[in-house]
Design a binder for this molecule. Structure first.
Ligand code: DGY
Length: 324
């Protein structure tokens, strides 16, 4: 009998077709999100799940799904999944790195430019019919070219952002647990420095670390105080990497100039202090939101899920140790 796979929420249809070749796809074609209890009810008899970052694949959920053999996440970040609990049960977890790198780097740069040059404010000004004439100091913003960009986390996406910064003749600093290969540093003109130095010297600080216990609130009061008063914080990684209360206080006190945020600590709730602040550009977690990219992500997750259930090695295991 074909194994049963739960597809928790709406995906691009090709992904469902891929699953149906080898599996029975229990497809919830809806945008609604299930809580833990609803998820357990639907997942209890399934061998696989194609899930999204809105789905709570917690230890408690995993424990109550004895048949589960694979969890395939339609995203590169997987902080909604208790990977340790899955690994303890020898459940394979997969994600979708690679296909969204360039799109996310593009969006990071769009956010940086939008914040620096006050694009949302300028557009609102025009749409509100406030534009009377050209004025020498109308809606002036900050330079981007030849400024210093500090990239925190220098994986695929961080490096793709650095590549874009070269086109703007920016000085690129990065901080990461492990150094990039010398040829990568050379190609990207990037210099590895400790985080505190990066914060002190950068005009733009862009975050590209996964959410883990050690990265939760890695940007808090202390770090924001180290930044230049003219600097911007850009976050397209995960909201909880930044202590949002500290960020709002730093913005209100003028400790930094502004921020460009695609992710938030309590999505989809956005801190009212951010909504009110004119120096902040806010987006609803759309870093990889390009149709071709999102459909590739769905297909990749489906393909890896089906591969595991066929007894094959998936392309992108998060916990390869369970594959033996
Ligand atoms: C990811 O992949 O982790 C993004 O946040 C969604 O594309």
């Amino acid at each position: 009998m074909k194994p049963r796979v739960l597809v928790t929420r709406h995906v691009y249809p090709a992904a469902v077709a891929i699953l149906q070749e080898d599996c029975i796809a229990d497809y919830r074609d809806t945008y609604d999100v299930m809580d833990e209890a609803a998820l357990v009810k639907r997942l209890r008899l399934a061998k696989g799940v194609v899930c999204q970052l809105t789905d709570p694949l917690t230890a408690a959920v995993i424990e109550q799904c004895p048949e589960l053999r694979v969890i395939s996440q339609v995203a590169v970040g997987h902080d909604n999944i208790d990977v340790a609990a899955a690994t303890a049960r020898k459940i394979v977890v997969t994600n979708t790195p690679g296909v969204l790198t360039e799109a996310t780097a593009d969006l990071t740069f769009a956010l940086l430019l939008a914040a620096a040059r006050r694009l949302p404010t300028a557009e609102r000004f025009l749409r509100d019919g406030k534009w009377q004439r050209w004025d020498v100091d109308l809606l002036c913003g900050h330079d981007v070219h030849e400024r210093t960009l500090g990239i925190v986390g220098f994986g695929r996406i961080g490096q793709a952002v650095a590549r874009r910064a070269r086109g703007f003749s920016m000085r690129v600093l990065y901080s990461s647990r492990t150094p990039a290969a010398p040829e990568v540093e050379q190609e990207l003109g990037a210099q590895r420095v400790p985080l505190d130095l990066l914060l002190k010297q950068s005009d733009y600080v862009s975050l590209h670390v996964p959410l883990r216990e050690e990265t939760r609130h890695m940007i808090g009061v202390e770090q924001l105080c180290q930044m230049k008063r003219s600097a911007f914080l850009i976050n397209t990684s995960r909201g909880p990497v930044v202590d949002e209360n500290a960020l709002v206080a730093a913005l209100e006190e003028g400790l930094i100039a502004g921020a460009g945020l695609d992710v938030f600590e309590h999505e989809p709730r956005v801190h009212p202090g951010l909504l009110e602040h004119p120096g902040v550009v806010l987006l609803p977690h759309v870093g990889s939101a390009v149709t071709s990219v999102r459909s590739l992500m769905c297909a990749l997750a489906a393909r890896d899920c089906a591969a595991v259930l066929r007894g094959e090695r998936p392309q992108h295991p998060v916990n390869p140790e369970v594959l033996g």
